[in-house]
Design a protein around this ligand. Structure first.
Ligand SMILES: *Cc1c(COP(=O)(O)O)cnc(C)c1O
Length: 427
């Protein structure tokens, strides 16, 4: 969060004024900080240093090529869940040998693309997928490196939409099934099972689920090795939670201390797939107030960033800190604690112009008085923000800017109306 800070009551991203960026590039606008992204990458590298980890940035969290290039340049690998993401990694200069290919529905075409890109391993989510990988690899005279995605049946204690490690989940295989798949794989010449994979959920803020999962994985690895599989990698997925509200996140070092001992004992190399923890707090969404409106005792702040720009509040009931870009005199920088009353504020529903009651960024949020033309910053919007943006209501998607020190670079231009109709044919 330190990359976004107030100087003389004005919000800055590193050394660039956010109000200046809004004037230059318009709103709604995503603004990302390179220093924040690289700082988290370094903190992960050092937290897990004992295991010389391969960090596979989870592309789906924020797939802007500017960010992928930055990650590739600093030695990161990638976790992709589609051929489209693999294509982006290629464009960004990412290495296939540092890329893992996950996802429950890989098609033959996607598997072939993964083989051609020389991915480090495919995370295998089902027996049927394993057979498809074996078949596609055999038809191309190749041996596909795979890691079984094991579902350790732990409760990550996160929102049900982003919980993946429980038995009822569509992801991975439970331990018994994984072991049976291990047996089946032993007879498939076009597969080499070099690892196991786990990804138990997202926005996880306790370390116990990781410790429980690792303990189970170590036993699975022992059994798979007995079957003759050369298991060399333990891919522990991502899921590290970030601070949306204030202090709910754990430092990555705590996750590392829950994960490292088991993986070390198993004699494996560690891969991790962090997404949100890298991009989440490295980005904000900036909106400009269009109108204010009072209905009954409700105050609405209607501004130009909507659910089509950031769907997380509507989809997961998620909380994002919101504060003016220019703080009125006498008020603090954004509050550390939203539970207590903040003098000089009143409750607002922060909404967008989209025709849906679900189009809100916050409800009953304490904010200082704001007026037409004022700018607001929606914090912690760097992950699962722009990647989930849509053109609903024929709204052009926002521009994205990447800041490094005193420099701001446009890394995605705002869509035009022509862009929005370009694919429509036969009219
Ligand atoms: C989404 C996803 C991740 C990233 O999760 P974060 O919570 O953003 O760290 C990692 N691995 C897999 C397989 C995923 O699907």
């Amino acid at each position: 969060m330190e990359s976004f800070h107030y100087r003389d009551s004005r919000l800055y991203c590193e050394d660039v004024s956010v109000a200046d960026l809004a004037a230059r590039f318009g709103t709604p606008l995503y603004v990302y900080s390179e220093a924040s992204i690289l700082g988290t990458l370094e903190s992960l590298q050092s937290a897990f240093v004992e295991l010389d980890p391969l960090i596979c940035y989870s592309v789906k969290a924020n797939s802007n090529l500017g960010i992928l290039k930055l990650m590739a340049r600093h030695g990161s690998g990638f976790d992709v869940v589609s051929q489209g993401e693999l294509y982006r990694v290629g464009l960004a200069g990412g290495e296939g040998s540092k890329t893992v290919f996950a996802g429950v529905g890989k098609t033959d075409e996607e598997i072939a693309a993964g083989l051609d890109a020389g991915v480090l391993m495919f995370n295998v989510e089902s027996e049927a997928e394993m057979e498809a990988i074996a078949r596609v690899a055999a038809s191309r005279g190749r041996v596909a490196p795979i890691a079984l995605r094991v579902n350790p049946d732990v409760d990550p204690k996160t929102h049900r939409y982003i919980s993946t490690g429980k038995k009822q989940s569509k992801f991975g295989m439970d331990i018994e099934r994984a072991l049976r798949a291990g047996q089946a794989a032993a007879g498939m010449a076009s597969l080499e099972m070099i690892g196991i994979h786990m990804h138990i959920g997202s926005q996880i803020t306790t370390v116990e689920p990781y410790a429980g999962a690792v303990a189970k994985g170590v036993e699975v690895i022992r059994r798979l090795r007995e079957m003759g599989h050369p298991i060399a990698w333990y891919n522990m997925g991502g899921g590290y939670g970030i601070a949306y509200k204030g202090k709910e996140a754990r430092p990555v070092a705590e996750f590392a201390s829950a994960i490292v001992p088991g993986v070390k004992a198993a004699g494996c190399r560690l891969a991790i797939e962090p997404g949100r923890v890298i991009a989440g707090n490295a980005g904000i969404l900036v909106g400009r107030v269009v109108y204010t409106k009072q209905s009954g005792d409700k105050r609405f702040l209607i501004q130009d960033a909507a659910m089509n720009d950031l769907i997380r509040p509507a989809l997961y009931e998620s909380f994002h800190r919101i504060w003016p870009v220019d703080v009125p005199a006498g008020l603090p920088a954004p509050p550390e604690d939203y539970e207590s009353e903040i003098a000089g504020t009143e409750p607002w529903d922060v909404v967008g112009p989209v025709c849906e009651s679900g189009d809100f960024l916050a409800k009953d949020r304490s904010l200082p008085p704001l007026d037409r033309g004022d700018l607001i910053a929606v914090f912690s919007a760097g992950a699962y923000g722009m990647v989930m943006a849509s053109n609903y209501n024929t709204r052009p998607r926002a521009a994205e800017v990447l800041v490094a020190g005193g420099e701001a670079r446009l890394v995605r231009r705002r869509e035009t109306y022509e862009d929005l109709v370009r694919q429509e044919v036969g009219i």
